[in-house]
Design a protein around this ligand. Sequence first.
Ligand SMILES: N[C@@H](CCC(=O)N[C@@H](CS)C(=O)NCC(=O)O)C(=O)O
Length: 201
Amino acid sequence: MKIHHAPNTRSVRIVWLFEELGLPYELEQYKLGDPLMRSPAYLKVHPMGRVPALEDGDVTLFESGAIVEYVLARHGGGRMRPAVDAPEFPAYLQWLHYAEGMLMPPVNIIVVETILLPPERRNEENVNRATKLLGRMLGAVDTHMAGREYLAGEFSGADIMTGHACTVARRLGADVADKPNVEAYIERCNARPAMQKAWTV
Ligand SMILES: N[C@@H](CCC(=O)N[C@@H](CS)C(=O)NCC(=O)O)C(=O)O
């Protein structure tokens, strides 16, 4: 399978997933802002020219959450995903989707307003509002993680998505000092050799 990847982006999730599963993969590497990501050939793979995208034979797929679900369903052999009738299954789905649904929207605003826009176009009010919202979103993770090691029982695809999003949020300066369960959870995810490998490629 081929992973379309750029370092330090959401495609780290997919490399992390493959490393956890021990599945072979080929990397097609980009740098953010690379004109290749807007080439007609790549726009056929991902219509917005973003990463990650996955090619598996005649299947082409984008959206990191969908890729995680697809790989686990077709190639995971039952690993890293509770069975549909298992008690952890609803929590697994909820926290898998929480990453893109709730955590990443304020993260996106912070990235745009503090990194991507030229200084004269940045808006401090937007950053403050997004930072406050991100704090509340991380608060829900903190409450859930009390007494838990991972989001839905055993380490799973939900941790790939939301563990990565929590890590990125902290890297961008989200204050987790008052959220000890999130802090410990981020450390736990980042101590996994597969995640460490994924950050280096
Ligand atoms: N919801 C999408 C978001 C994909 C996305 O926005 N990826 C960013 C990197 S984290 C990207 O490729 N940005 C490049 C660009 O906008 O040119 C997913 O989870 O896959």
